[in-house]
Design a protein around this ligand. Structure first.
Ligand code: VG1
Ligand code: CO
Length: 543
């Protein structure tokens, strides 16, 4: 089977966003759309001859087809070997792990993460570099430029490969190794987490429910929670990956993981509830009767990470994305370690992790991770929580309350306005930017503006600059509002408004979140004139 060159014409809309190229499935089904993008990625991998590439996805609709196409294109472009997860599956963190462990030159991950799947749903293609992390801005910009200049792609045509049997086959001169998607990941978790302590915890009657949301973490959770730890059968809910995620939004938050959330707030709650998203990089943690915000979870993990063997020496530093609450900073200050603030998106943590400046990092959007891979890692977050519970012997809800008692509580909520008119969204952000300079010192409702700016990030490692990463307004009353537009949506624009307020008085730690934040929400809405500009009186999702 020789490689052939196929003439093509460019598409002008293949610009990667916060996390790769995400579009509706029918967009990817256009002739040569996938081929063009995959060839553009590969053209941006210099010195690829003779190297290894990793390939896998979250199992959504089109996953298998695009795996086959990508293998055939890779075979025509000089790779010696592709490692592909059985069934075309690899969770995002597992792909990162496999890239690093096998010295691959990079990986192509097929996922639209927490967005719905199926013929009318979303699909996505993302490139990760040799460190296992999402391609940085310089690389995604080069890929985009390449998509606009392509004149041909190269492919080895032939029959589809068997993706369901572990072992090696060839296409042209390239070896395709179908690997167990769980094995390397499980081996890494064994190095980091106290598996014996957790096994004893479950042996002592501890119960949990993990909702895999019919997405990629099912096989991982079955293998580890039920297989290794011996958690009771039925611990993993929705544990079989499905192409349409059972028609659900595989987004682990109280809205989309509603059944689990309700269970955790009921009398019948087990000791811990957790969930992960489409591609396995997000996590939700719910204690009995108590939802743990991702920002709090990150801070709690930072305060307790030394209890897990992989972090016994302590943390070099931590980082959070700018809209993530400042709870993490309080822990860092008490540990005497640096805390970095980055733009939204995991790719911005890569340099800090590679340089050894940070050990742990996370985002308010249910992403937590460490230097063990270069992606956020949903199941890892659950395992480290279990490790902490096993070692401290404390119920999860006490861990959270004790944390608040010690550090105070950053009340937090995010309001999303999905699929609003893109022009209106732009007008809203421009309007805010125009107001920034005049805000400090002004009184808005009950609050006084202390500072206001448009977040600009200077990477401490390569000093690259990223502008306009979100408008932030901080108030003298220890409150903050952040506004930004989503870079992962596939229809119209999504406005995200992040609202928080810090309280440390012992009698103000367990108030209803909506009540504490109501004055800040009002100021946030008025300042940006959200209702008038978007035509929405309510957010579409509140998390
Ligand atoms: C969202 C989140 C961001 C996250 C990104 C990818 O981006 O806000 O924190 O890194 O999704 O997560 P945006 O631009 O829509 O706000 V995943 O799990 O979808 O790969
Ligand atoms: Co994800």
């Amino acid at each position: 089977m020789p490689a052939t060159s196929v003439p093509t014409t460019p598409y002008d809309d293949q610009k990667p966003g916060t996390s790769g190229l995400r579009k509706k499935v029918p967009v990817f089904q256009q002739a040569r759309y996938v081929e063009n993008f995959v060839q553009a990625i590969i053209d941006c991998i210099p010195d690829r001859a003779g190297t290894t590439l990793v390939l896998g996805g979250d199992g959504r609709f089109l996953n298998r087809e695009v795996v086959q196409t990508t293998l055939k294109i890779a075979a025509a472009n000089g790779f010696a070997r592709v490692l592909v997860g059985r069934g075309g599956l690899l969770s995002t963190p597992a792909a990162s792990c496999v890239i690093r462990k096998h010295g691959a030159i990079g990986g192509i991950i097929l996922s639209a993460s927490h967005n719905p799947g199926g013929p009318e749903g979303d699909f996505g293609i993302k490139f990760n570099t040799a460190n296992g992390g999402p391609a940085p801005e310089t690389v995604t910009a080069a890929i985009y430029a390449r998509t606009k200049a392509l004149t041909e792609y190269r492919i080895v045509e032939g029959p589809d490969l068997d993706l369901d049997t572990i072992g090696e086959t060839r296409i042209g001169d390239m070896t395709v190794a179908v690997i167990d998607p769980v094995a390397d990941y499980l081996a890494l978790m064994r190095e980091l987490i106290d598996f014996d302590a957790i096994t004893r915890l479950f042996g002592g009657g501890f119960r949990m429910r993990f909702d895999a949301m019919s997405a990629v973490t099912g096989p991982y959770a079955h293998a580890i929670l039920e297989g290794v730890f011996g958690a009771e059968a039925g611990t993993v809910l929705n544990g079989t990956p499905r192409e349409d995620f059972g028609g659900h939004h595989p987004d682990p938050n109280p809205v989309h993981a509603h059944d689990l959330y309700e269970l955790m707030l009921s009398e019948a709650a087990p000791n811990l509830g957790a969930a992960s998203d489409g591609d396995g990089d997000r996590n939700m943690i719910v204690a009995p009767g108590l939802f743990v915000t991702p920002s709090d979870s990150l801070a709690i993990l930072a305060a307790h990470a030394h209890l897990a063997p992989g972090y016994a020496k302590g943390l070099a530093g931590v980082a959070r994305s700018m809209p993530t609450s400042r709870a993490l900073d309080r822990v860092a200050a008490s540990l005497g370690i640096p805390a970095y603030e980055t733009p939204t998106g995991w790719k911005f943590f890569g340099n800090l992790l590679d340089a050894g400046l940070i050990t742990l990092c996370g985002e308010e959007s249910a992403g937590t991770g460490s230097n063990h891979v270069r992606e956020k890692d949903g199941l890892w977050a659950v395992l480290i929580w279990l490790n902490i519970l096993a070692v401290t012997g404390k119920p999860a809800q006490d861990v959270v309350r004790d944390h608040w008692a010690r550090f105070g509580r950053d009340y937090y909520t995010r309001h999303d306005y999905e699929e609003i008119d893109a022009e209106a969204a732009k007008r809203l952000m421009d309007g805010l930017r125009a107001k920034l300079a005049g805000l400090p010192g002004t009184k808005l409702g009950d609050l006084t503006v202390a500072a206001a700016d448009d977040f600009r990030y200077v990477d401490p490692v390569d000093v690259s600059v990223t502008e306009q990463q979100g408008v932030r307004v901080t108030f003298a009353e220890d409150a903050r509002v952040v506004y930004r537009l989503s870079g992962t949506g596939t229809a119209g624009a999504t406005l995200r408004v992040y609202i928080e307020r810090y309280e440390s008085a012992p009698d103000r730690l367990e108030l209803p979140v909506a009540e504490v934040l109501a004055p800040v929400v009002k100021v946030a809405n008025d300042l940006a004139d959200i209702a008038a500009l978007t035509g929405r009186s309510e957010p579409s999702v509140i998390t």
